[in-house]
Design a protein around this ligand. Structure first.
Ligand code: ATP
Length: 347
């Protein structure tokens, strides 16, 4: 069993709070992603689970056992970092086998397991090379093989793909996900990249300013963001947020008014770009085209509607001339309302 429980976990550095009280239960075999902007406390959380940082408050349980006082080496976990941290003077095989050597396994016992781990990441042909003779993706595979060679209870990964170019990152993302499901090892993965989080995670924890903003599956978080921070952080381009006032079913904003169901008050109307279309006749939003970008399978329109710049992901033939007038329709079944002051979801 390798469940992980974080109970009231917190960390301060002097006066500064890096992580407020965090409560989280991670299932055995789950792929959990900690997502948030730079400085939100992701790495600090991970480092506390790893035993590299001491919590100021709270408990960490791995497999039901409190590990607060256990040194990192006794927690039975493997870490993969952004910079891979390979030993340059060792061969690929020696790098992969290093954790086994530390654990005191004989050379012959090590050899078989190194070969098996290398095979899992398709590196068995390159065991005698040194890191300097490998591409970025190959180095990343060696770091992964070194993590899996010991079959630990838990993987901790801190932005492991961020040094790779965009294309390789996509390939390695799929490989990582496949490998994690095959090994069924509980994984905590830190990233600031929402696409990585959406594609890899069983569940995402979104952090901002040292606090949890939302926990859920990628689909839940995308469909029902808990507040304006999450709404703006997940999705590319992000959700449009138009500020206005709703009264008696009429939402009035800086660019006009439209009919909406919802409680009276000041709020943000949230609309995902794919839920906006170019209206044939009368629509919901009137504006002028700021930019029109053909993406191949679709067109991204940015439209000035009053003070808001509304993004619309429309069909490839729906491009428009800059500065032309346009009417947009929104999918009323997929709207999001957030309180203007607290930012919390209303419906
Ligand atoms: P990034 O994506 O940039 O790594 P992060 O979300 O992982 O960001 P953390 O590394 O967890 O952020 O840091 C959270 C906050 O705690 C940051 O504001 C950081 O400056 C601060 N911090 C981290 N380590 C220390 C330390 N040893 N002493 C003081 N402040 C620290």
């Amino acid at each position: 069993m390798a469940t992980v429980e974080l109970q009231n976990l917190g960390k301060t550095f002097g006066e500064f709070t890096a992580l407020e009280s965090l409560d989280l239960a991670i299932d055995d075999g789950e792929f959990l992603v900690l997502l948030g902007p730079s400085g939100c406390g992701k790495s600090t959380t991970m480092r506390m689970v790893a035993g590299l940082e001491e919590p100021t408050q709270g408990d960490i349980l791995i497999g039901g056992e409190r590990v607060n006082d256990k040194p990192a080496r006794d927690r039975d976990l493997a870490m993969v970092f952004q910079n891979y941290a390979l030993y340059p003077h060792m061969t690929v095989g020696e790098n992969i086998g290093y954790p086994l050597k530390i654990a005191g396994l004989s050379k012959s016992d090590r050899q078989e397991r190194v070969r098996a781990a290398a095979a899992k990441v398709e590196m068995e042909q390159l065991l005698t090379r040194r890191p300097a003779e490998l591409s970025g993706g190959q180095r990343q595979r060696v770091a992964l093989a070194r993590a899996i060679v010991r079959t630990p209870r838990l993987f901790l990964m801190d932005e492991p793909l961020s040094n790779l170019d965009a294309k390789l990152r996509t390939v390695m993302r799929a490989e990582l996900k496949h490998l994690q499901k095959e090994l069924a090892t509980t994984t905590i993965y830190v990233t600031h990249d929402q696409v990585e989080a959406m594609t890899l995670a069983d569940r995402i924890v979104i952090l901002n300013d040292a606090c949890i903003q939302q926990v859920g599956t990628p689909a839940e978080i995308y469909a029902r963001p808990a507040n304006t921070f999450v709404a703006g952080f997940i999705g590319s381009p992000p959700m449009n947020l138009i500020r206005g006032t709703l009264k008696d079913g009429t939402f009035t904003h800086s660019g006009g008014a439209l009919q909406l169901n919802g409680p009276d008050g000041e709020m943000y109307l949230g609309i995902r770009p794919e839920d906006v279309t170019v209206a044939g006749g009368s629509g919901d939003l009137q504006g002028t085209v700021y930019s029109s970008e053909l993406l191949g399978d679709s067109t991204l329109l940015n439209v000035h509607v009053g003070e808001a710049l509304v993004a619309a992901k429309v069909g490839p033939d729906d491009g428009r001339v800059m500065d032309s007038d346009i009417t947009l329709a929104i999918n009323h079944g997929k709207l999001h309302l957030f309180d203007a002051h607290s930012g919390e979801r209303l419906s």
